[in-house]
Design a protein around this ligand. Structure first.
Ligand SMILES: Cc1cc2nc3c(=O)[nH]c(=O)nc-3n(C[C@H](O)[C@H](O)[C@H](O)COP(=O)(O)OP(=O)(O)OC[C@H]3O[C@@H](n4cnc5c(N)ncnc54)[C@H](O)[C@@H]3O)c2cc1C
Length: 286
């Protein structure tokens, strides 16, 4: 690891000043940054440790939305009754991230900032039409998550900005919201492919809301609008899930890498989608 200057602001005001005056790199839990620094993939001249800014760690609700501070850990998310109720797929994703040690250190802001196509917060948050709130000395701005992600490991974040929080509008109950991922092994694993779905039905059992998002099968995590539109107004059935999975396979553009081939990812993405739709549907029958 190369040597670096170290700054540790204790408030958001201080952080804004530091980011305005220093070409530094933010570190939160360090579970992505430290391995990348050890591998020399990141060689920051200044490291800006935001982990002491306690007012960036919260899960709050207003009448119609939920707000998650950037320093909220995976463990906080997993244990939150509010997240379990309003974003069950995000709680499921949290339960599958790394081991307890990683879940206690790793933050949602870090998962968004790292912007891996395989990052597990992204498919659940995409099904919720989440908004990323950015802050800097020149003011705040809000960016839909789908626009925030610009490529593998790249985002719309400017050099003087930090992620303050992520928010989503509450979806009217009842709805089914499910996350599935497949990795090279059962636990402690980065996704080969992942999927989140959100499903709601009307009184006649027809689909009124269908959102499907996938991770690790394109340069960024993606929504599948064609498959979603295909499902609307239809009655759930095994054949319907199969056809939606087919539409998803057409929409994605996976790559070969150490974790899986393009063909395998295509195959798996369809299976995960079909299972997630079925599970979301069954959760609505309970
Ligand atoms: C053993 C292990 C297992 C893992 N398993 C999983 C897994 O199953 N699923 C998964 O998705 N990830 C996994 N990860 C990756 C990692 O734990 C997560 O991405 C985690 O959420 C990163 O959060 P962090 O706070 O540690 O980020 P950091 O490492 O501190 O930062 C990551 C990136 O985000 C930027 N950043 C952090 N916070 C902010 C902010 N507030 N504003 C702007 N930029 C910011 C940093 O500059 C950096 O570029 C694993 C990592 C390890 C080491």
């Amino acid at each position: 690891m190369q040597s670096f200057n170290y700054l540790a602001p204790h408030s958001q005001n201080e952080l804004c000043q530091v980011l305005c005056n220093t070409a530094g790199k933010i570190i939160a839990g360090g579970t992505d940054m430290l391995p990348q620094m050890r591998n020399l993939k990141q060689t920051p001249s200044t490291l800006i440790d935001i982990s002491h800014i306690s007012d960036l760690r919260y899960i709050q609700e207003s009448e119609d939305e939920v707000l998650i501070g950037a320093l909220t850990t995976w463990s906080d998310i997993l244990e939150s009754p509010l997240i379990q109720k309003t974003a069950p797929a995000l709680a499921q994703a949290a339960s599958l991230v790394g081991a307890p040690m990683t879940r206690n250190r790793g933050t949602i802001g870090g998962n968004l900032g790292n912007a891996s196509p395989a990052a597990d917060s992204l498919p659940p948050l995409l099904t919720l039409d989440a908004i990323v709130h950015l802050n800097s000395q020149s003011g705040q701005r809000q960016v839909p998550l789908r626009n925030f992600l610009t490529g593998p490991g790249t985002t719309d974040l400017k050099a003087d900005e930090y992620i303050q929080q992520v928010s989503y509008k509450k979806v009217a109950l009842p709805f089914g919201n499910v996350f599935n991922k497949l990795g090279p092994r059962q636990g402690m694993t980065i996704s080969i492919a992942s999927v989140a779905v959100l499903l709601a039905l009307d009184a006649n059992g027809k689909i009124t809301l269908a959102r499907i998002a996938l991770g690790a099968v394109a340069p960024t995590a993606v929504r599948c609008p064609d498959a979603e539109a295909f499902l609307l107004g239809k009655e759930p059935s095994t054949e319907l899930w199969q056809e939606a999975a087919h539409q998803v396979r057409k929409a994605i553009a996976p790559i070969d890498d150490v974790r899986g081939t393009q063909e395998y990812r295509h195959h798996i993405a369809g299976i995960l989608t079909r299972r997630a739709l079925q599970t979301a549907y069954l959760s609505l029958q309970e």
